[in-house]
Design a protein around this ligand. Structure first.
Ligand code: ASP
Length: 283
């Protein structure tokens, strides 16, 4: 059985400096390496995607965790979703403030809250109840203001040696969004989806468009109909474009470890590792 991990650093406009692009690409490579190391030592796809996303959440030029864009009030509200393709369990969080690693809180919601999705005061109360680490907003606000609306959301998908798939997406959302705005990222089937019967997918781009075509589930369904992971990603981006005029990007891995990457933005830093083969990385 193959193992595979794919990560992305968002399909934002990337009208950024060469230096920032290089930092984002290096973070993707590091995240893919870390995820692969977990998978090669028998770790689960869920552990691999969480660890990979934690690295991307720490990268100051990416719009997730540290580096998230502020909303119009100067606050940071983050969204995240993690999903296990084995039993379709999921954990999601929206508009959470003052955490460094929203994806890890989403995983705790999946495992320990008795629910799938928490927001607002209830999410804060759960985080405090389980002693989840909190931080000051200043720790998160380190990114340069973005000129493009869509950001540098992060995500990872993986296949482990037991044939389990998992997907994770984490974001600070679009730059200068209205307080309370929730994008596609934490919505199951939109920001991510994982199903051992088909594929694991993570999405990025203009959330107001992505959620209308439920793009990650759409991509899994294309794999279920017999398309390769690559063709499924390309087809779902075509649906996004033709039905909504939206911009975005997708990463996928199918149940046999085949990888897909597609985007209709100028750039999307990403990296993938299959078994012990050389990492492939591009932006
Ligand atoms: N999809 C994210 C959102 O709309 C933004 C992004 O992918 O950068 O919140």
């Amino acid at each position: 059985m193959s193992i595979a991990i794919v990560v992305h650093g968002g399909a934002g406009g990337w009208n950024k400096s060469e230096e920032h692009r290089e930092i984002a690409l290096q973070a993707c490579i590091e995240a893919a390496e870390r995820g692969r190391a977990i998978l090669l030592t028998g770790g689960s796809a869920l552990d691999a995607v969480e660890a990979a996303v934690n690295i991307l959440e720490d990268c100051p030029v990416l719009d997730a965790g540290r580096g998230s864009y502020p909303n119009t009030e100067g606050e940071v509200e983050m969204d995240a979703l993690i999903m296990d393709g084995g039993d379709l369990s999921m954990g999601a969080i929206a508009a959470i403030q003052r955490v460094r690693h929203p994806i890890s809180l989403a995983r705790k919601i999946m495992r320990d809250s008795g629910h799938n999705f928490l927001v607002g005061q209830g999410a804060d109360a759960f985080a405090d109840e389980i002693g989840f680490p909190r931080c000051d907003v200043e720790e998160l606000l380190v990114n340069e203001p973005s000129e493009s609306t869509i950001g540098d959301t992060v995500g990872a998908v993986a296949l482990d040696e037991n044939g389990n798939l998992a997907a994770a997406t984490s974001t600070g959302g679009t730059a200068n969004k209205r307080p309370g705005r929730v994008g596609d990222s934490p919505l199951v089937g939109s920001g991510a989806y994982a199903d051992n019967w088909t594929a694991a997918v993570s999405a990025t781009g203009y959330g107001e468009a992505l959620m209308r075509v439920v793009i990650s589930k759409q991509t899994c369904d294309f794999v279920g109909l017999g398309l390769s992971a690559q063709a499924a990603c390309e087809s779902a981006i075509r649906v996004l474009e033709e039905r909504t005029g939206g911009e975005g990007g997708l990463i996928a891995v199918d149940a046999r470890g085949k990888v897909g990457v597609a985007f209709n933005t100028r750039r999307m830093p990403h990296a993938y590792a299959i078994d012990d083969q050389a990492i492939v990385a591009n932006s």
